[in-house]
Design a protein around this ligand. Structure first.
Ligand SMILES: C[S@@+](CC[C@H](N)C(=O)[O-])C[C@H]1O[C@@H](n2cnc3c(N)ncnc32)[C@H](O)[C@@H]1O
Length: 253
């Protein structure tokens, strides 16, 4: 996957990414959705299930076609899949035990304190109003409820980051791009598939949790599963993480 900045593109990606995601729903379903990526099957989904153990009702924010929500439903949770892109939320809703609702993260159609747990998996990178989305998650969690937040690692996946090889000096390694500067770009994920992508440094994410009055419990930077490397993933990721997981709790009153 390559990222690029298209300075000629006139419009700023707005918070209703559903239009872009609806346009490219077929691409997502063919490339990344249920069962297609080892990192989901062998790491992220089991982690989400594990970290949300004990939460009976769970909302999956920006659920896509519901691969995380489905796994939660299959392990005994009552799962609500909130997703703005119509073709995706329709698929999520078809799974037994999952209630799909078409909405955006900064306007969750759930009552105050109505869920035990929330998960957002690789979604906030596509959301402009990220503080509004975090505030909504804090609002719908019951006191003591838990939020599991998967993000592309903001340091190692910052725009301009990637593998570099210098054949002259025989040096190679992982370049960190423009980490400290929040930015937006259209990310080209495939031929003709461009989606809005927002980069934020880690401090923004952590300060966002603080502003939403959510308390950080754990931060994980897991090495990808073996299946990632077996499928040809770059071995540098044994020492350079791709994923960051923040686990936070709404304080019990
Ligand atoms: C990379 S996909 C991840 C889907 C799913 N969470 C998963 O891990 O399989 C990003 C998802 O975020 C959704 N999304 C984009 N903007 C959103 C917003 N403002 N609120 C909620 N979801 C949004 C997209 O429609 C898309 O389904």
């Amino acid at each position: 996957m390559s990222k690029y900045r298209n300075d000629e593109r006139p419009e700023h990606p707005n918070d209703d990414a559903s239009a872009a995601w609806e346009t490219h729903a077929e691409w997502w379903l063919g490339e990344v959705a249920t069962g297609l990526r080892p990192e989901y099957a062998d790491q992220m989904i089991p982690l989400a299930v594990d970290l949300l153990a004990g939460c009976r009702s769970v909302v999956d924010v920006g659920a896509g076609e519901g691969q995380v929500a489905r796994a939660l439903a299959e392990t005994g949770h009552d799962a609500v899949a909130v997703e703005p892109a119509a073709p995706l939320v329709q698929l999520a809703d078809r799974h037994p035990g999952v209630c799909g609702v078409r909405a955006a993260a900064n306007d969750l159609p759930l009552g105050n304190g109505s869920v035990d747990g929330a998960v957002a998996s690789l979604v906030f990178e596509h959301i402009l109003d990220f503080q509004g989305a975090l505030d909504e998650i804090a609002r719908v969690l019951r006191p003591g409820g838990r939020f599991v937040w998967f993000l592309n690692h903001p340091l190692t996946q910052a725009p301009g980051s990637g593998w570099v090889e210098d054949y002259i000096s025989d040096e190679h390694g992982w370049r960190i791009g423009t980490y400290a500067v929040a930015s937006h770009e259209w990310e080209m994920l495939d031929n003709g598939v461009e989606l809005p992508f927002f980069h934020r440094p880690l401090s923004q994410y952590l300060n966002g949790l603080i502003s939403a009055s959510l308390e950080l419990e754990t931060m994980l930077e897991p090495t990808p599963p073996e299946s990632f490397f077996e499928a040809g993933g770059n071995p540098i990721h044994r020492v350079i993480p791709r994923l960051m997981v923040l686990v936070a709790r709404r304080p019990a009153q």
